[in-house]
Design a protein around this ligand. Sequence first.
Ligand SMILES: O=c1[nH]c(=O)c2[nH]c(=O)[nH]c2[nH]1
Length: 314
Amino acid sequence: MSPSRKAVLGQNQYGKAETRVVKVTRDGSVHHIKDLNVSVSLSGDMDEVHYSGSNANVLPTDTTKNTVFAFAREHGIDSAEQFGIHLARHFVTGQEAIGTARIRIEEYAWDRIGASGSDSRTAGADEINHSFVRNGREIRTAQITFDGENWEILTGLKDLTVLNSTNSEFWGYVKDRYTTLPEAYDRILATDVSACWRHNWTSDDERSPDWDSSYQQARRHILEAFAETYSLSLQQTLFQMGSRVVENLPEIDEIRFSLPNNHHFLVDLEPFGLTNENADGGVYFAADRPYGLIEATVLREGAQQRIPVDMTNL
Ligand SMILES: O=c1[nH]c(=O)c2[nH]c(=O)[nH]c2[nH]1
């Protein structure tokens, strides 16, 4: 049979990407900031708009953007996850044609200038209660998906840059005719952690996590595992980071990491008559590319693996 010449519509989704919403909350003279980048993606009964151009089922992307701003004003932003859950529920339950809503959120952190993040309320300290500096640390991410029945809450972070100046080795690896890498018994281990973890929360669940505290705990376990693991490979460190999160946080069933191995090479200083060794505090060339890229998922035993292999768009 010859193949059909007829084209049909496949998977489709639409929405407004990257609505930048900043919510200021005033608690007297002490202000709080939530700074989010929200992307809404809707799907459902959208064949007609593609086939005939009928917009009868189309909630404009402009409206989804307005909803983000209105919800921030009406309901505030408690956490990225809570805000995303609220939006996803609104689109799916409010519009017949929309079956699934996926909300992606990046959150940028701000610190108080001069108060190292504390809520200073002392008289005369007004100027530091509303002055913030963008925190150069990681970006927090959240993706909330709701199909009218099931929820999937993915939380994560990216660009969490960490470095161990010792307690890292790499040796005993396979060697073939192209291998030139010298074995390392004391090297720098550095990476920019990208991680994404899946909560086992469903909306019927009484134990709704405190999303912010859960995030902070996951972040802490990742950092502590990095610092405390005597590493024989970045792969081993990755598994330690993931297993600490899964074993300490019952609300998380799965975590995936993408870890570039940010290589630091000892500079050859022999031409200048200088030695250069790790053991007595070396001088390194921090290479930006190429880099090793170590990626893996760590799961609670018996849990399903659902986080996509490629997390670049999460
Ligand atoms: O921790 C590491 N894992 C590797 O797989 C690898 N490969 C490599 O060249 N250096 C390293 N380091």
